[in-house]
Design a protein. Structure first.
Ligand SMILES: Nc1ncnc2c1ncn2[C@@H]1O[C@H](COP(=O)(O)OP(=O)(O)OP(=O)(O)O)[C@@H](O)[C@H]1O
Length: 589
């Protein structure tokens, strides 16, 4: 499918939206208004839950904070709904920022459980604060006015609601295709990779959380001025679950899924409400929940990925154009070859009673390739995790480029110029090769949230894309930049990790078993690549079990055994060292 065809489909969809109020009856228009309003909250959840992987049950509470804010400003204090919008957005986003700051460091299920807790707490407040009408709610909310026109009728507010929905969709698509959006997309699947790229996972989660709340705020503001009345019911936990359902039914990873999910759930609910009283007189309220739950379970079993991604699977792939030559991204200042780059002094790391790294000291000079070898379980990967900040040392010091990084957070260390690959490959399999490598350029680029959403910094984006393509070509993966990373064989996934690490223009490249899973020819190519990197004065630290590969490549070797340093020296000396033969090579070298 070409970009032009997609534009045509979008233009046709917008034409239908514009024509709808002229051909539909008032009830259908009201239904569409509610679908639009729910869509905004569901798009927020699609970003938070589907893209960012943070399951939240509390979206209804944010919608409620905004609805009550604008009701208080307008119905109780007589100010304009536009002032209500300002308070709604500021208050909702501030509450989200505080809640996010407190809870987003919680891992896994605890984070989701906390959203249930604060969702319930906020909804409870609506019904119990005197000044907010308690359970009777607030009525007499005025309509939104644009200039002299008050949007009293459904048909009038319809255009405002759907203009906001379309604008939000466009901004979200732009955002997800930008530097910050890629970081948001990378959140799913764990923090270690994200932080190793110089991205603060906490910061990106907080941003995503506040964006989701902001969209909830827009939804709440419109909701209050459409119904002209607010009460606690629509903002309680049940509605929080319904928003989650909308996001999941539509396709949690897709912002368009938010709209489709809102439409399906709203229409389905409406239909169930119409037909259930015919079957069960009197108890249809409770039965509605049962029927709905049963449908949801069926959906989870049959189409878990959601409708939009499911349908998108039948469409021909979007023909994307290869990045074109662009201004190169700025390069770091590199230290003089031969100067001290990394100094590890008496580093120790324990796991309970096990000392995985035991007072290890070594140095790496700029421009050299140092191999770290040792039998399985010797502590090599743990050492790499200490250097890159993925783990903290229990004691000892690590200095990089003349500065202690012992207590630095992982993303700070990455930004300082240490890039790594992982023993167990860490990629984002549902992102393209190009996007995976683009993640590596994060610390070399600056485009922020708003510039990304508004596509204001296209020159930098073009440079980053070109850089990513160059790195893909350098490692031999440049022919299919739009292939999904998950489709690559394991060996090539390792090579893709190297391209991603190189895209950060590192001073020190830390490679954990890069040749594992490669065939002989591929290994030779990799060795050639690493040699060419050394010729460019890049410093490389390497863990590798393939001795032939290591010996032919590195300048020096440090040998670890049972967490301690056994010896260090040039490859020939290590090869003939009796202790190494005994401990590591089993006397066969
Ligand atoms: N997170 C952890 N918790 C507990 N023990 C750990 C942890 N990570 C590593 N270890 C233990 O620390 C020791 C060193 O492990 P490490 O992975 O660093 O060794 P390695 O030299 O990289 O081994 P291999 O070559 O097999 O990858 C092992 O005994 C391992 O079981």
């Amino acid at each position: 499918m070409t970009l032009q065809q997609i534009r045509l489909v979008i233009a046709a969809a917008i034409a239908c939206l514009v024509a709808a109020p002229f051909v539909l009856n008032p009830f259908s228009i009201t239904l569409l208004n509610y679908i639009g309003i729910y869509s905004l909250a569901a798009i927020g959840l699609a970003l938070l839950t589907g893209v960012g992987g943070i399951v939240s049950f509390g979206q209804a509470a944010f919608v409620g904070v905004a609805a009550y804010s604008t009701a208080w400003v307008t119905a109780l204090n007589g100010y304009s709904p536009w002032l209500g919008l300002v308070l709604a957005v500021v208050l909702t986003c501030s509450i989200a920022a505080i809640l996010g700051f407190v809870t987003l460091r919680l891992g896994g299920h605890f984070l989701s459980l906390s959203t249930v807790a604060w969702g319930l707490a906020i909804a409870f407040l609506f019904g119990n604060i005197n000044g907010l009408g308690q359970h009777n709610g607030i009525s007499g909310i005025p309509p939104i006015s644009i200039g002299p026109i008050a949007l009293v009728e459904s048909k009038q507010i319809y255009f405002l609601i759907w203009a906001i929905v379309v604008a939000v969709l466009l901004l979200c698509y732009n955002l997800l295709d930008s530097r910050i959006g890629r970081a948001m997309r990378a959140l799913r699947g764990g923090n270690t990779l994200v932080e190793s790229l110089g991205i603060s996972a906490f910061q990106i989660k907080l941003v995503t959380f506040v964006i989701a709340a902001f969209l909830g705020a827009l939804s709440g503001w419109l909701y209050a001025h459409l119904g002209r009345f607010v009460s606690p019911g629509p903002f309680e936990a049940g509605m929080g679950i319904e928003y989650l359902m909308m996001a999941m039914v539509g396709g949690a990873g897709s912002v368009l899924g938010g709209v489709v999910g809102a439409a399906i759930v709203t229409l389905l609910k409406n239909t169930v409400q119409d037909y259930l009283p015919l079957i069960a007189k009197g108890a249809s309220g409770q039965l509605e929940i049962v029927a709905f739950s049963a449908l949801f379970i069926l959906f989870l079993q049959r189409a878990r990925q959601g409708i939009v991604p499911f349908l998108a699977g039948f469409l021909p792939d979007l023909k994307q154009s290869r990045p074109e030559v662009a201004e190169p991204l700025p390069l770091r200042d590199k230290p003089e070859p031969g100067t001290l780059l990394l100094k590890v002094r008496e580093a120790q790391r324990r796991f309970g009673g096990l000392v995985a790294v035991n007072n290890v000291s070594f140095e790496v000079k700029s421009g050299e390739i140092l191999g770290l070898i040792g039998p399985n379980g010797a502590g090599k990967t743990t050492m790499f995790n200490l250097l890159t900040g993925a783990l903290r040392t229990n004691s000892g010091e690590i200095a990089f480029a003349g500065r202690s990084i012992t207590r630095d957070q992982q993303f700070h260390i990455a930004r300082a110029g240490i890039s790594r690959t992982f023993q167990h490959v860490k990629l984002r399999p549902r992102m393209t090769l190009l996007d995976n490598v683009l993640l590596g350029t994060y610390s070399r680029t600056r485009t922020g949230l708003f510039a990304g959403a508004l596509r204001l910094n296209q020159a930098e984006e073009a440079s980053a894309r070109y850089e990513a393509l160059m790195q893909l070509e350098r490692v031999g993966l440049g022919d299919k930049p739009f292939e999904l990373a998950g489709n690559l064989p394991l060996g090539n996934q390792r090579v893709l990790e190297i391209a991603r690490a190189l895209a950060a223009d590192p001073t020190l490249l830390v490679l954990d078993e890069p040749a594992a899973g490669l065939r002989r020819q591929e290994k030779l190519k990799l060795a050639e690549l690493l040699r060419s990197l050394r010729a460019e004065h890049l410093t490389i630290l390497l863990v590798e079990h393939d001795m032939e590969f290591v010996m032919s490549l590195v300048d020096r070797i440090v040998v670890l055994d049972f967490g301690s340093k056994l010896c260090e020296g040039e490859p020939a000396a290590i090869r003939s060292d009796a202790r190494v033969q005994e401990a590591y090579l089993g006397g066969v070298a």
